[in-house]
Write a protein that binds this ligand. Structure first.
Ligand code: HEM
Length: 399
């Protein structure tokens, strides 16, 4: 082979190396921003509400969150949430090359904290899943959750073992796998939200928290990032430039999608959660929930009207309050009460497509199809882009 051909090949190979490294750095930079945003929102929401002693606020997000008197369950949940912040920050810091090279002692101890967080997340996650606290989701989700937790512990043990054995090449591979499997619960948030925005709910049922889309992401949250990593590791060792360039292209596209997912979840969940945590008004939803439990739904309706007239600034009367309360009641199979709450929300926010959509869902769960259809149609009139209403009307066979 002539020297000119050799030189061209070497140049191409070096360009491919640089492109692949740049694609990996770009991926990591976007992941870093997204992981920190997630950690910040978790710490802000759960931390600020806990400092105020308002543990009930956790139930606005969680299907089966804080439960007065359930010491073990509440402790497992609090530990799980605390270490969710730790794992997101510690994991990302481990992968920053500047920190790893310049501060090896920090890398050493932060790595141990990361492994501890991984085991804590896995064990508390299994406990929350198997102790029946997770009322929503189907069997596939529960089984994959437990298998995922085992995978997290396996990768954590392998990363630690090869670090102790000073086999740093193998340690690096396992540490990267650990970072990805420990980020699965972050990936599913991004992937699921982005897919809904781009192609619609694909049969997702928000009451039972199940459907083909969620089943897909239940597996993909682990398999997709792990597959991309294995492709990257494989391509790094390939002799020709082609595979490294192609892998860089794949990574680049995945990073753009991941970035779009981060933006979507940040706007739809993380920023609203931080705002909600800083809102010191009392939750009207939690006040009414206590009344429903002690005095029934009609007493709660009366209380709502009275407080709205006499203390409008003390309580939070945002649309999301009654909406979330309605869903809490649906999850507790209190459909009649849920419908009553959604009706009050429709009255308070008659121009919101979402309040009608929720009311329709309440009627669906109650088995009242004509009312469900009427309210999905009202919702669609207010927001013709409401994909959920379109999908539900098709499901009921009433387009
Ligand atoms: C390793 C990384 C993990 C992180 C960062 C993480 C993070 C979180 C967070 C932040 C929450 C509170 C809900 C929210 O604010 O969205 C939560 C809840 C929960 N997690 Fe995890 N988690 C992880 C792993 C796991 C695993 C492996 C399992 C199962 C084996 C699991 C099971 C659960 C359950 C059952 C809940 C309560 C859900 C509910 O009541 O609605 N988690 N997790």
């Amino acid at each position: 082979m002539s020297t000119a051909v050799w030189t061209t090949r070497l140049e191409l190979s070096s360009i491919a190396d640089k492109t692949l490294r740049a694609a990996a750095r770009f991926w990591f930079a976007v992941a870093l921003v997204g992981q920190f945003a997630f950690a910040f929102s978790v710490a802000a929401f759960y931390g600020l509400t806990a400092v105020r002693g308002d543990f009930q606020a956790w139930n606005r997000i969680l299907a089966h969150g804080y439960e007065a008197g359930a010491t073990m369950g509440n402790a497992a949940l609090a530990g799980h949430i605390l270490f969710a912040t730790v794992i997101s920050i510690a994991g990302a810091l481990q992968l920053i090359p500047g920190i790893r090279n310049r501060f090896p002692v920090f890398h050493h101890w932060n790595g141990r904290l990361f492994v501890l967080a991984a085991f804590t997340q896995a064990i508390t996650g299994i406990y929350l899943t198997l102790s029946g606290r997770r009322l929503v989701g189907d069997a596939t989700q529960h089984v994959v959750s437990v298998l995922g937790a085992v995978l997290i512990m396996f990768c954590a043990a392998a990363a630690l073992r090869f670090a102790i054995a000073r086999d740093f090449a193998t340690h690096r591979r396992w540490a990267l796998r650990l970072f990805l499997v420990a980020s699965a619960s972050w990936f599913i948030r991004l992937g699921f939200t982005l897919t809904i925005l781009l192609v619609g709910p694909i049969g997702f049922d928000s009451t039972t928290f199940s459907g083909p889309l969620l089943t897909f992401w239940t597996f993909a949250q682990y398999l997709l990032p792990l597959g991309a990593l294995e492709l990257y590791l494989w391509a790094q060792g390939r002799p020709g430039a082609f595979w490294r360039m192609a892998t860089a292209g794949v990574l680049f596209v995945l990073t753009l999608l991941m970035g779009a997912g981060v933006a979507a979840v940040a706007m739809g969940t993380w920023v609203p959660n931080v705002k909600a945590a800083m809102d010191t008004r009392k939750s009207i939803a939690q006040t009414l929930l206590a009344t429903i439990t002690s005095g029934g739904i009609e007493a709660a309706v009366e209380q709502y009207q009275e407080l709205k007239a006499t203390a409008p600034a003390t309580y939070n009367f945002d649309e999301s309050e009654l909406n979330n309360l309605g869903y809490q009641l649906i999850r507790a199979n209190k459909f009649k009460e849920a419908i009553r709450i959604f009706q009050m929300n429709v009255k308070a926010f008659p121009n919101s497509a979402n309040t009608y959509d929720s009311l329709a869902e309440g009627y669906m769960d109650e088995g009242d199809k004509p009312e469900a259809v009427a309210n999905y149609r009202k919702s669609l009139r207010l927001n013709p882009k409401n994909r959920n209403a379109v999908a539900m009307l098709e499901k009921i066979n009433a387009p």
